[in-house]
Design a protein around this ligand. Structure first.
Ligand SMILES: CC(C)(COP(=O)(O)OP(=O)(O)OC[C@H]1O[C@@H](n2cnc3c(N)ncnc32)[C@H](O)[C@@H]1OP(=O)(O)O)[C@@H](O)C(=O)NCCC(=O)NCCS
Length: 388
């Protein structure tokens, strides 16, 4: 092995790019010290209480709260974009029924580009059109694939229902109770954006090469899938099911921590205090559990939160209570992360529109730590691999 002869001075890398600022945004801010999240300056709690997912999408894309007339118009435009291109539905029919729904969403989002004649157009108007299309069609993709995987025919979207109600309608085939639709709508509001997180960063890295918005959103979906990011909500319900009984929560937590295993739904790269979304999600998780007559999951979740705090002082994050919210709504665990994506696509598109409007290729560096002045050994003289 040849070692370095001279090592030029190199800057200290920031592990996980923590503390690195990639640009300016007007979309959202995460204050990890105060435990505050704002969308365009408005506190998330206020939006969760008073707003709707569609209104939040308008806010994040236009940086303005819509008038009633503009919101009505926006909703109509979104509803008109809910149907799937017929060939895409045929593609969904051909996919293996046991496909991971997050992979189906990624594949379908990629395929959507093929049905957009203006795919390469990255002007603000074309990007807004793509954003509306992506937001409108994600629920249809997921509900259609779910039903196909259950040997049922997809249910056509309805234009008269709001986003969450329409999704539950297409998913189950029945118009949901207004309270159930409201619970999902609040969850969608709370997941819509979260500063420069991993999936949003993936999206803007792709967009910064001036690749189109579908390509950028496909990168984001792929990144959201991982268990350290959006995939954590599925991990939470898997853990609750594995534990099975509230009296076993404490010992299960002790075991995980003793083995130094990560517990899904806890810890955060930015929050050094409570994740503000947890408060709202806990409230709706309890409310929907009581309404559905099954408080088991939310009670186990609360017990887990208490045990993790007592044993390791870790705060819970957005994925902890969203798991029991979705489960109580009858959404299967493999759809938890896709439902997150159905919401976060709004935030991705908001950041993408900012990126395209003020673009610079993203090209960080890295420190080379390998050998130098390594002699090249011709292959004929190598009896085995030559480590360098
Ligand atoms: C989100 C996450 C990746 C943030 O990671 P991070 O800020 O880089 O923090 P680290 O992973 O370096 O963890 C710091 C310490 O806390 C511990 N820790 C962090 N999250 C933990 C968790 N969920 N369970 C157990 N221990 C955890 C780490 O083991 C580490 O301990 P150590 O210093 O003794 O090695 C991390 O908390 C995590 O993996 N959480 C679980 C997955 C999850 O819920 N993701 C959704 C995020 S919204």
């Amino acid at each position: 092995m040849t070692t370095a002869t001279t090592t030029p001075a190199q800057p200290q890398p920031s592990a996980g790019l923590r503390g690195v600022v990639v640009g300016d945004t007007r979309v959202s801010q995460v204050d990890g010290q105060q435990g505050q999240l704002i969308y365009c300056g408005i506190d998330i709690h206020e939006l969760a209480r008073n707003s709707s997912f569609d209104e939040v999408a308008y806010l994040l894309w236009h940086h303005a709260l819509p008038s009633q007339a503009n919101l009505d118009e926006f909703r109509t435009q979104l509803a008109q974009r809910r149907a799937l291109p017929a060939p895409l539905l045929r593609v969904l029919r051909e996919l293996p029924k046991n496909s991971t729904p997050m992979d189906v969403l990624r594949t379908a989002a990629s395929a959507l580009a093929l049905f957009d004649p203006a795919v390469k157009d990255i002007t603000p108007a074309a990007n807004l059109e793509k954003a509306m299309r992506l937001k409108a069609v994600f629920p249809t993709i997921l509900a259609a694939f779910y039903r196909l995987s259950q040997d049922k025919e997809p249910v056509e979207p309805r234009v008269d229902l709001e986003a969450a109600a329409n999704f539950l309608y297409m998913f189950t085939g029945k118009e949901p109770e207004p309270q159930a639709a409201r619970v999902l709508d609040v969850a969608l509001v709370l997941h819509a954006d979260h500063g420069m997180n991993a999936s949003t960063f993936s999206a803007i890295v792709t967009a910064a090469t001036l690749a189109d918005m579908y390509a950028a959103v496909v990168s984001a979906i792929a990144t959201l899938k991982g268990p350290l990011h959006g995939g954590a909500n599925e991990g939470v319900i898997a853990n609750l099911m594995e534990i099975g009984d509230i009296d076993k929560v404490d010992s299960w937590v002790s075991g995980k921590l003793a083995r130094k295993e990560k517990i899904m739904g806890f810890g955060h790269a930015v929050y050094k205090t409570n994740d503000p979304r947890v408060t709202d999600l806990k409230a709706i998780a309890k409310e929907s559990g009581e309404r559905a007559g099954t408080t088991k999951w939310v009670e186990m979740t609360e017990r887990m939160e208490k045990a993790v705090w007592e044993q390791r002082q870790l705060y819970s994050n957005v994925d902890l209570y969203s798991a029991s919210v979705y489960y109580t709504l009858g959404i299967p665990p493999t759809y938890f992360t896709p439902v997150f994506a159905m919401s976060r696509v709004v935030g991705w598109c908001a950041h993408l529109m900012e990126q395209y409007a003020n673009n610079k290729l993203i090209r960080p560096g890295e420190n080379y730590v390998g050998g130098r002045d390594v002699k090249y050994v011709p292959i004929s003289q190598r009896q085995a691999d030559v480590p360098v």
